[in-house]
Design a protein around this ligand. Structure first.
Ligand SMILES: [Zn+2]
Length: 913
């Protein structure tokens, strides 16, 4: 029964065994959930036809639901047998977990998890309740004959661990038939770095079960407090050090080998050149004046509490910015672990899940194991990294992977206790590591773009051990086996099965992008409790989308998850069809909107439009049914020309929600009234240091104390435009200390004024402190600038260092609308005032052409000698910008001349290097 390996990131070297009763509970999928194949008891329900009335609090509502649905789910006397274990409420949903009890004693591993949406309506229910146990209530003697200390002594003796530290024993019921009263505790063996879950019969003293790394020692108190488990360190400062990010092969663009090989942890110039200097946030100064890598989320230690890890001396420095070690230095792994765990946690916070996750400092021994493996200890809540092969903590993928185990155990405690739960753990951890690697690759931060190959450095590109590729052929359950009985012929390999989950999340990311997919992937964990299946996890993803995004991505999720056998596409019943060119009628005061909405085996209870007004999507009144499937409603209209943006939302009786277009509000329907022109306004004339382009977006990430500006090409605004609006889609985190502003100038850039978006709550910080991770839209009314040329710039500044601050401009569209048949644009050929003038390094020269023609743009010195010809080409009409960076020129005055077929213009510029 004794097992000897832990959940680790690497390939399993020895099989971890759990008692047979816990490996995979018998289950059979049905259209909206799954049931026990013999008893027919509902084990999971994904959509509920019978809502329960709100009872004033989450717990009371959940309790009312338990009573109302007791028969369907097999709950005997739920008020007595189900004990509230924890409750987690976010602005989007509430998650309540109950533990089954017998004679008031908690039963190990038997939970009911109830999830409620923000209206308090129960949605996804996972039911691990075993109704057969209750029949034994009168026969179970719940007073232990053996004391806790005697049970501990007996286990220490039998396991030959006389000195092993242990957690406080807890009285529980062991869930077999007949049930047994047991003392449960965690024991940390002294001769190996493991964590054993131990169960001792509380009457006879016999050992009932022992395995490593299986459950919580002390289940959390009845209500989880979001505050950290112990006080934050004081005297926090920002330090500095060197890390690999994510690994030296990725940044060097090299395969493993030669100078880019482990070479027994030796320093080489090539490897050390791949280190990057980074900020180490909120590290601690101790009583002795030395700085240590101990912060709000991670604490580097040389001795994990209780665990028999290898001793390690954590770095301590007299100044905070001295953590610059070479990769051969054993202190390098400490900086790696600190930086990447801290970063991972801060990124998770940006995803705005609405509840803290693993918010306490996690003890980490960066060189705690001598094997080529790394471990997470759920009860000790700690991580040890191995030093066999390449040091594990030299590879960010290993760190991100291990840290996910800690995050997931905090969100869905106990998931590790079944084979399928272990596979979900591993797959999710691989996804978390890969989403970081993918982001680095797709933003051009690294040279190697094979982000789907995980643990490149640690595995020596697959030469030390096979590494792992985010790839999976086939689907669930045909091509997985952790969901069925574990036999020698078909043992569960959680790493392999887990790749199905990692892969399908990446397939979703291909379409939805990183921010939305990461947010859904993290939020989904809150909906689960053991024993959870892959299909439960898929439903948690769908429910998270309905709770966080109103179901905006449900259709896409169903398609991708369905292709992998994780949901039944036929169980997704809602269809909404709408064609704005055919189904909309404009009246003087409103748009009359019709749409089809149908639900198979279900009925539509609500159809509504959400339309853009003052930068916000506002709900319309409920649509009225014209027939079984045809609905009609109104969107108010102010009679002005322009575009009206809207999306539709339908909801069924069982709680399915669907939007049309499917990716609303990122995509909307648009109805144009009058003559409407749309222009891409995000065309950059000059970007200051800090701004960088990635695809069509512009992004600034480094905190700036001087404003970093992004100047756009000038916009010519039609004289007869009655509606002039700018639509900005952007994502940002400003916090208190930073701010981003959109400014406009009508005098060629001499003076600027802040543009306030519609619905701005404050003129000082018009966009607020942070956007949702996927960004949002802001609209600016530019009607007062009609007939003028408008320069726009985005400026970003911070009053102090805010490491997580960023601003990404994703799209900027100019909408000009008129009831006249044409927009009167005055596009004259001209050279705009150069800026900045005088200039130190870079001069931007913008010009406009009224028609296609031959163009020359030339810089002369004061004597009229041509110095450089910046443009000499045939160009179509439009506005252009060219930058001039002089080399070897003396300070002084120069001439710039624009020569075209219909104009010639010369201006002077002052160069002051
Ligand atoms: Zn793992």
């Amino acid at each position: 029964m004794l097992a000897v390996s832990l959940a680790a990131y690497a390939q399993p070297r020895r099989v971890q065994t759990l008692p047979d009763t816990l490996l995979a509970s018998p289950t059979r999928p049905v259209p909206q959930g799954r049931v026990h194949p013999l008893t027919g008891q509902q084990q999971a329900t994904y959509r509920l036809p019978s809502p329960v009335a709100w009872q004033g609090s989450v717990e009371a509502t959940a309790r009312a639901f338990l009573r109302q649905e007791a028969v369907r789910f097999g709950w005997r006397a739920p008020d007595r047998t189900l004990q509230l274990q924890w409750l987690r409420a976010t602005p989007q949903a509430a998650h309540v977990r109950f533990q089954q009890t017998l004679n008031g004693v908690p039963i190990w591993g038997r939970y009911v998890q109830l999830n409620l949406n923000r209206e308090g309506r129960p949605t996804l229910v996972l039911n691990g309740y075993d109704p057969r146990l209750e029949a034994w209530a009168h026969r179970l003697d719940s007073l232990p004959r053996l004391s806790a200390s005697a049970a501990l002594a007996s286990a220490r003796h039998e396991l030959k661990q006389p000195e092993a530290p242990a957690s406080d024993p807890m009285l529980m019921v062991w869930p077999e038939l007949p049930p047994r009263l047991v003392w449960h505790f965690v024991l940390w063996p002294q001769d190996q770095p493991e964590e054993w879950a131990v169960f001792v019969d509380a009457h006879s003293g016999g050992l009932v079960a022992v395995w490593n790394q299986a459950t919580h020692v002390q289940p959390p108190k009845s209500v989880v407090s979001p505050s950290p488990a112990f006080p934050l360190p004081v005297g926090l400062v920002t330090g500095e050090g060197h890390v690999f990010d994510p690994d030296p092969l990725a940044t060097a663009g090299m395969p493993y080998g030669g100078a880019y090989a482990d070479n027994n942890d030796a320093d080489t110039p090539e490897l050390n050149a791949e280190r990057r200097a980074v900020s180490l946030l909120e590290i601690t100064q101790g009583q002795d004046g030395l700085y240590r890598l101990e912060g709000p989320y991670v604490r580097i230690t040389g001795n994990l509490p209780n665990v028999a890890d290898a001793a390690y001396t954590p770095p301590a420095e007299p100044v905070p910015d001295a953590f610059h070690y070479t990769r051969g230095d054993p202190r390098f792994e400490a900086v790696m672990a600190y930086y990447h765990i801290d970063f991972s946690q801060r990124y998770l916070q940006q995803l705005a899940i609405g509840t803290p996750v693993q918010a306490a400092p996690l003890p980490v021994n960066p060189r705690g194991l001598t094997t080529d493996n790394s471990m997470y200890y759920p009860s000790a809540k700690a991580i040890a990294f191995g030093t066999g092969g390449v040091d594990d903590a030299e590879d960010a993928a290993v760190i991100w992977h291990e840290y996910w185990h800690a995050l997931l155990e905090d969100m869905a405690p106990g998931l590790l206790n079944t084979n399928e739960g272990k596979a979900l753990h591993e797959g999710w951890a691989d996804y978390w590591a890969a989403t970081y690697a993918r982001w680095l690759a797709e933003t051009g931060a690294v040279r190697r773009t094979d982000w789907d190959l995980l643990f490149r450095w640690d595995s020596g590109d697959g030469t030390i051990w096979e590494g792992r590729r985010i790839a999976f052929e086939g689907s669930y359950p045909q091509d997985t086996n952790c969901d069925r009985e574990d036999t020698p012929q078909s043992p569960c390999n959680p790493y392999r099965d887990g790749l199905l989950w990692a892969k399908v999340l990446m397939e979703i990311q291909d379409v939805l992008g990183k921010a939305i997919t990461d947010r859904l992937a993290v939020a989904a964990a809150l909906y689960l409790s053991p024993p959870a299946t892959f299909r439960d996890a898929a439903q948690a993803l769908l429910q998270a989308d309905m709770d966080y995004y109103g179901g905006a991505h449900v259709s896409l999720l169903v398609e991708r998850l369905g292709a992998r056998g994780l949901v039944d596409p036929a169980s997704f019943p809602v269809v909404v069809r709408h064609d704005p060119t055919r189904d909309v009628t404009v009246t003087p005061t409103a748009l009359i909107v019709r749409t089809y909405a149908t639900a198979r085996r279900d009925s539509i209870v609500r159809v509504q439009a959400f339309y853009l007004q003052n930068g916000q999507f506002v709900p319309s009144a409920f649509f009225q049914p014209l027939s079984d499937s045809l609905f009609e409603g109104q969107i108010p209209w102010d009679g002005m020309p322009g575009q009206i943006f809207y999306y539709l939302e339908a909801e069924t009786a069982t709680g399915w929600q669907l939007r049309q277009p499917l990716q609303a509000p990122d995509q909307t329907f648009a109805v144009a009234i009058g003559h409407v022109a749309e222009t891409d306004a995000l065309r950059v004339a000059q970007a200051n240091a800090g701004w960088a382009q990635s695809g069509t977006q512009w992004r600034i990430q480094r905190p700036q104390t001087t404003p970093a500006t992004l100047v756009l090409l000038p916009l010519e605004l039609a004289r007869n435009a009655q509606r002039l609006r700018l639509h900005l889609h952007h994502a940002f985190h400003f916090g208190h200390a930073c701010n981003g502003l959109l400014e406009g100038s009508t005098d060629g850039g001499y003076s600027w004024q802040v543009l306030l978006p519609e619905g701005a709550s404050s003129a000082e910080q018009p966009f607020g402190e942070a956007s949702p991770p996927e960004g949002l839209w802001h609209t600016f009314d530019l009607s007062s600038y009609a007939g003028l040329t408008l320069w726009l710039r985005a400026s970003f500044r911070c009053s102090s260092e805010v490491p997580e601050a960023f601003w990404t401009l994703e799209a900027l569209r100019l909408e000009q609308a008129s009831l006249d048949p044409e927009l009167e644009l005055q596009r004259q050929t001209r050279l705009w005032p150069p800026f900045p003038n005088p200039f130190r390094t870079t001069l931007t020269l913008a010009y406009t052409l009224s028609r296609t023609q031959q163009v020359q743009l030339v810089v002369y010195n004061l004597l009229g000698r041509e110095l450089v010809r910046l443009v000499d080409a045939l160009q179509p009409e439009g506005t252009y910008a060219v930058t001039f960076q002089p080399t070897g020129l003396a300070a002084g005055v120069y001439w710039v001349r624009l020569l075209t077929e219909d104009a010639q213009q010369t201006v002077s510029v002052v160069y002051r290097p």
